[in-house]
Design a protein around this ligand. Structure first.
Ligand SMILES: *Cc1c(COP(=O)(O)O)cnc(C)c1O
Length: 376
């Protein structure tokens, strides 16, 4: 991934600096309004990262020690960590082989009396099938929080991912489609959650610093609960507003490039590439390919060979349960997750990518796959 940034973002950041208001202020408010409109959510609350948005989401649900939250192990580790930040227990569920996403069956297999929430990840931008999971969880009083870190611009059943999420968490890290350097957003359709989330990100203040400034006079705030500093800056939000205006173009370009990869890879046997699921379209935040079992080479050898040839591919989506941070953490068998993380890799894909670069990637990948065993 290379972020698609230009002079417009630099000018917006510069204007924010010169305005004299650099912390959370009018630009953050404008970015929240624009983002909510774009993903068809009712409320948006800017955060310092997606990880902080996930933490606040679980905090709003009063998730605490002794509680369980179902998460995919096959995700960036922040998904599981958000549960531990609340002192609760992440419960890993296995994913679907086609999409890499949690689905109803995987979640149902691990629900218990102690389950308080499920974090459903739209992994790599591929929309998860939310409705059946919500139908399963709703009657049990289990809230579905959507980890939409990768999914800005993806579509689920004809509407933007997150449009009617109870809560969804978004990331603006440069590895995602639009970036503010670091940054995140919590969207929700519940007005009380949005209001409390705004306090939780700002030390639990009854009146935000920006409101006190606007109010003139002597407004004295109080601190209603022990909270966090998860604020976004106005410099970041100014960049975010420009990036958001480019989101449609970015998604269109990524889907064009992905279609081209699909054409080129059709000639390469023993590979399966990420595709749109039947219930929506992906923004192709990551273009992953899975090596089938009859390819004799190891994924890491393919990566090493690509790197040696100047192609910057990456391992596929990680599995939290295989990391030292989760050593000894109990979990059900996760065969699909383990195959996915072991046999997948992510190919280069960025807005400015050229036709020739895509050809190079596919040629080098083809060569790497046919690497005879005895030359490794
Ligand atoms: C990137 C990512 C995160 C973390 O986002 P940050 O903004 O870096 O905190 C969380 N979940 C998923 C699925 C991600 O891809």
């Amino acid at each position: 991934m290379k972020p698609w940034l230009g002079a417009e973002e630099a000018e917006a950041a510069s204007a924010a600096v010169l305005s004299g208001w650099v912390a959370q202020g009018p630009k953050v408010a404008a970015f929240e309004d624009a983002f909510a409109r774009r993903v068809a959510a009712v409320h948006a609350v800017a955060m310092s990262s997606c990880t902080s948005a996930l933490h606040v989401a679980l905090h709003l649900l009063d998730v605490r020690p002794g509680d369980e939250v179902v998460v995919p192990s096959l995700s960036f580790i922040a998904t599981a960590n958000a549960v531990r930040h609340c002192g609760a227990t992440p419960v890993f569920a296995d994913v679907e082989p086609e999409t890499g996403n949690l689905a109803e069956a995987g979640v149902a297999a691990v629900l218990t009396d102690r389950t308080r929430a499920v974090i459903l990840v739209h992994q790599a931008g591929v929309p998860a099938d939310v409705d059946p999971v919500r139908a399963l969880c709703g009657p049990r009083g289990v809230t579905v929080v959507e980890d939409a870190a990768c999914a800005a611009g993806s579509i689920y059943r004809g509407v933007p991912v997150g449009a009617d999420a109870e809560m969804a968490a978004w990331s603006f890290h440069p590895r995602k489609l639009i970036t503010t350097g670091e940054g995140g957003m919590l969207t929700t359709n519940h007005v009380e959650w949005a209001g409390r989330a705004k306090r939780l990100r700002e030390h639990g203040m009854s009146v935000s610093a920006a409101e006190r400034h606007r109010g003139g006079g002597a407004v004295v705030e109080s601190y209603l609960e022990t909270a966090f500093n998860y604020r976004m800056t106005d410099i970041q939000a100014a960049v975010g507003l420009v990036q958001l205006s480019k989101l449609d173009a970015i998604v269109r370009r990524r889907r064009e490039l992905a279609a081209r990869y699909h054409e080129l890879l059709a000639a390469v046997p023993a590979l399966r590439a990420v595709r749109d699921p039947e219930h929506g379209t992906t923004n192709y935040q990551s273009f992953w390919v899975m090596l089938s079992d009859d390819v004799a080479v190891e994924r890491d050898d393919v990566l090493a060979r690509l790197a040696a040839r100047g192609v910057s591919a990456r391992r596929g989506i990680m599995a939290a349960h295989l990391e030292p941070a989760y050593a000894g953490h109990p979990h059900v068998d996760l065969p699909v997750t383990e195959a996915f993380t072991r046999r997948s890799l992510i190919l280069p894909l960025y807005h400015d990518m050229t036709d020739a670069e895509q050809h190079t990637v596919v040629d080098e990948l083809t060569a790497a796959l046919h690497l005879p065993l005895n030359t490794r």
